[in-house]
Design a protein around this ligand. Structure first.
Ligand SMILES: Nc1ncnc2c1ncn2[C@@H]1O[C@H](COP(=O)(O)OP(=O)(O)OP(=O)(O)O)[C@@H](O)[C@H]1O
Ligand SMILES: [Mg+2]
Length: 410
């Protein structure tokens, strides 16, 4: 089937062994060949599927299912002529694979469970299993009631206390579950230069999980790559474009704004900050007053930013800025992905902060993972003194499409 892609021994082993197991779980490092091995196992299972029972592909959203499952399946360089037997129209909730209708199910929240209730399922493929709600996973297992029914799943590692590890992977023997741990060495197709780049991009917690493929707890300082001597600059280079002002809005908590610029050295710079802390300054401000003061700060900047990105929860404040002639965008509040982006930028020296941003700089070393949440298998920062960080995260993560071509290509 795949002459152009000789499989690694681990890939072959997993494909063979998965035929015998009710649940198959490919875990480990990014880019380590889990998806390709599991998709081959899936294609073989689809080809042999009896008429009774549904075939499902599950992911966080329809878009991730298309990107992570259907796009590779339709790639001729990987699956040869089999790829011609995978049909899907973007946006449709079914695909036809080897003549068989496959239902595509986005399972981003607990409500997703309702979508499969009552169904009889023969085969399910789950992409990024740790990101699927536990209730959905349990319902899915209950639906796999046809004799010989199977569930195939891939995932990167998460917290050691994550339900998928504690309740399933660690109980492999009892549950008729087969699992394989992939590392970058299990993918023979990776170019050493690409591997070196990958390794530089992931740091700390993410290096352990996504490069080493380990289930490790989020523990200690979040920005552990941050180093004052490298990341704080007394002078700025020429700024090619001010991408965004990021604003974290608080009424009892401080309100913090930062300016984000793209330097002519293809690095990101937090060039300036503004902060008002009602706890230590003269009482709380109204949205009208905040809008006035922040607009005055913006007016003093060397250039106006492309976007003003605001805490998505701060509707009244956004409305006020709009009424005052400053339309805004809601910040993308995917906390963990935003933090990971910032970590990786620090690690690769692509994000620097001007020395005048003293409040933001004060927050960074103390920004830590919440140990109580970690014990429950959740990654979450302690919500304390994170206002400058949140403002920066909104600005940086929301504008990622604007800076990526410059910052990551350089
Ligand atoms: N045996 C192989 N030979 C050559 N290239 C391979 C092989 N297996 C996988 N690849 C390629 O390597 C890349 C990563 O593989 P794959 O998508 O299976 O990794 P993954 O473990 O699922 O990664 P992620 O965790 O990022 O989803 C893909 O471009 C894939 O086509
Ligand atoms: Mg994958």
């Amino acid at each position: 089937m795949i002459d152009s892609l000789p499989l690694s021994p681990k890939q072959i082993q997993s494909i063979v062994e998965s035929k015998q197991a009710r649940i198959s779980c490919w875990t480990g490092a990014v880019r380590s060949g889990k998806t390709i091995a599991s998709l081959l196992a899936f294609l073989m299972a689809v080809a042999e599927a009896p008429d009774s029972g549904l075939v499902l592909c599950v992911g966080r959203t329809l878009q991730t299912i298309e990107r992570n499952i259907l796009d590779p399946l339709q790639d001729r360089t990987i699956f040869g002529t089999v790829a011609d037997h995978v049909h899907h129209t973007r946006g449709a909730t079914t695909a036809v694979i080897l003549g068989r209708t496959v239902h595509l199910i986005g399972a981003s929240d607990a409500r997703a469970e309702g979508r499969i209730r009552g169904a009889t399922v023969y085969l399910a493929y789950v992409d990024e299993a740790t990101l699927v709600p536990e209730s959905f996973w349990n319902q899915l297992l209950a639906r796999l009631s046809v004799p010989g029914a199977r569930l195939l799943a891939t995932t990167n590692p998460d917290s050691p206390a994550h339900w998928l590890r504690k309740k399933f992977i660690l109980r492999a023997a009892e549950l008729d579950l087969a699992t394989w741990h992939f590392t970058l060495d299990d993918n023979p197709g990776l170019d050493p230069a690409y591997v070196a780049n990958l390794k530089a991009e992931y740091v700390g917690l993410w290096y352990k999980r996504f490069i080493q493929g380990l289930w490790v707890m989020a523990d200690g300082a979040i920005f552990d790559a941050f180093d004052e001597t490298r990341h704080v600059v007394p002078t700025l280079p020429a700024i090619r474009r001010y991408l965004a002002a990021g604003i974290d809005y608080g009424t009892t908590n401080p309100t913090h704004a930062v300016m984000l610029g793209l330097g002519d050295d293809n690095r990101l710079y937090v060039t300036s900050e503004w902060r008002y802390d009602s706890r230590i300054q003269l009482g709380s401000l109204s949205p009208v007053e905040y809008s006035k003061r922040i607009r005055a700060w913006l007016a003093k900047q060397p250039e106006q930013p492309t976007w003003v990105v605001v805490d998505p929860a701060a509707r009244d404040f956004r409305e006020q800025l709009r009424a005052d002639g400053r339309p805004t965008r809601p910040g993308n509040n995917s906390v963990i992905e935003g933090i990971r982006t910032m970590s990786s930028l620090f690690a690769t020296d692509k994000l620097k902060i001007h020395a005048s941003c003293t409040h933001l700089l004060d927050e960074i070393p103390g920004y830590t993972w919440d140990p109580d949440k970690a014990l429950l298998g959740e990654d979450a920062p302690i919500k304390l003194d994170d206002h400058g960080i949140d403002a920066s995260r909104y600005a940086i993560f929301t504008t990622r499409r604007l800076w990526r071509p410059y910052v990551l290509a350089a």
